[in-house]
Design a protein around this ligand. Structure first.
Ligand code: SF4
Length: 452
């Protein structure tokens, strides 16, 4: 999912709309914006579909004010639907507020039970609703203290953005699993899941929100406090590998540069005897470029992607994912015919996409297809909000590399090492690699038994 919040800019909702466009790759099932005007009135609009399908000029004009918060979301089957579309909006005697989040708590069951015992009745299954109830369970303290104490009860990966009539709060989980960047726009401020949104709306990057930090953006400028003394820098490796846009910088590292370096390292770790290098569009092109440069093999456009079909990884059902693969990729026969190909892909989740792409290349006349994956073998599910699927569905959860090669029909198969996955980001010494190693940075609470 992608979140964005703007403080102190005229027509904040329109800028949020453009920012959400830039974050569209993070979720295509629905979008929403809540804005606040100077009188404290709130306006909300959301719907299912792409940002450009949900909003039109009239709905945007109805979202008044200089404070806005927005979200693009994807969801699996159990978590989809209109009810869960964010930002959620809450009315309260101490002031109305809106909350949106990118991520997933691992202790949401415990928090929900605790709140239900105190009388809460939930209308959604979102973590944002849990945060709202936790903040409001006792309003006798300043709001920032309520937010800090609520965040301290939450375990998992999250980037929350909270908007009120006169300020925005933005908080990142203490493990640093989810990205959240802070920018300056005119006299106002913006927070966004990715920096690629800043370019489009004319904002300037200031810094990343730190793990365990809450920033407050209001008429006093920016204020910062830590809600937790425990801090880690376990950014989700899949943000670099697959999820984020190549023009974004995450924790100071450009995503395209990361992927290119991962491709170079991939060649050094898993060379292949071949004629050309082909990347799977779009998220693997940078890694394929790096592989080609390091190997000296020509980089060719052997696969072409239709621009008008969504990403298969974040479609909610297997049936939709399979249709998506057929609709979106074609092999370029004149380039791949009679060639030994190194096919560079960012990751293998279920293996269905790889199987189909290899079939496409062979049908177009490819002589050999050597698959090189710019990440380690994905063996474990993610519980922090990335829909990498269940343990049973993952190609490599119970298969070794040779068995996986046979399933996808490749001539050879090689993966990047966990070490190179971290060190493709210069100066970095840690990332979350849990879906590759099974070493989760947090307790897993109710998910504990699903880890094998
Ligand atoms: S488990 Fe994998 S997908 Fe989930 S946060 Fe960690 S690296 Fe990212």
């Amino acid at each position: 999912m992608g979140v964005l919040g703007i403080y102190g800019v005229k027509n904040a909702a329109s800028l949020t709309y453009y920012g959400l466009h830039a974050l569209q790759h993070r979720g295509q099932e629905g979008a929403g914006i809540v804005s606040f005007d100077d009188d404290g009135s709130a306006y909300r609009y959301h719907g299912l579909g792409l940002v450009s399908e949900v909003f039109d000029p009239d709905t945007l004009a109805s979202l008044k004010g200089s404070i806005a918060v927005g979200n693009v979301r994807y969801a699996n089957i159990t978590r989809g639907g209109m009810n869960n579309l964010e930002p959620l909006f809450f009315r309260h005697r101490s002031g109305d507020f809106a909350i949106t989040n990118d991520g997933n708590l691992v202790n949401s069951g415990q928090i929900a039970a605790y709140l239900e015992n105190k009388g809460s009745l939930f209308q959604t299954s979102t973590d944002s609703e849990l945060l709202a109830y936790l903040i409001k369970k006792d309003t006798s303290h300043p709001r920032i203290d309520e937010i800090k104490s609520a965040l301290n009860m939450m375990e998992g990966g999250f980037s929350f953005v909270i908007a009120t009539r006169n300020r925005i709060y933005a908080a990142r989980d203490k493990y640093g699993l989810k990205p959240l960047a802070l920018g300056r726009i005119g006299n106002g401020w913006v927070v966004s899941s990715e920096t690629c949104a800043f370019e489009l709306i004319g904002a300037e990057f200031v810094r990343d929100v730190e793990p365990g930090e809450v920033v407050t953006l209001d008429e006093h400028g920016i204020r910062s406090c830590l809600y937790s003394q425990f801090q880690r820098h376990k950014m989700c490796a899949m943000e670099f590998i697959y999820f984020a846009r190549p023009d974004s910088d995450i924790d100071g590292c450009n995503v395209h540069a990361y992927r290119k370096e991962s491709g170079r390292r991939l060649f050094r770790e898993c060379p292949a005897d071949a004629d050309i290098v082909v990347g799977v569009p779009d998220s693997s092109l940078s890694a394929a470029q790096g592989y080609a440069e390091e190997s000296g093999l020509p980089y060719e456009m052997g696969l072409v992607k239709s621009k008008y079909v969504g990403r298969t990884f974040i479609q909610p059902s297997q049936e939709m994912r399979e249709m998506g693969v057929k609709m979106k990729l074609s092999a370029v026969r004149s380039i791949v015919k009679d060639k030994r190909i190194v096919l560079v892909d960012d990751s293998i989740v279920r293996g269905t996409t790889s199987l189909k792409i290899i079939k496409l290349l062979r049908e177009a006349g490819a002589k050999e297809v050597h698959v090189r994956i710019a990440s380690p073998r994905m063996t474990h599910p993610c519980f922090y909000g990335v829909d990498t699927s269940t343990f049973e569905e993952l190609l490599c959860s119970r298969r070794n590399t040779e068995e996986a090669r046979q399933v996808i029909g490749a001539d050879s198969l090689g993966y990047l090492s966990p070490d190179s996955t971290i060190h493709s980001c210069p100066g970095r010494d840690d990332l979350c690699l849990a879906c590759f190693t099974g070493e989760y940075p947090t307790s897993l609470y109710e998910h504990e038994n699903h880890n094998n």
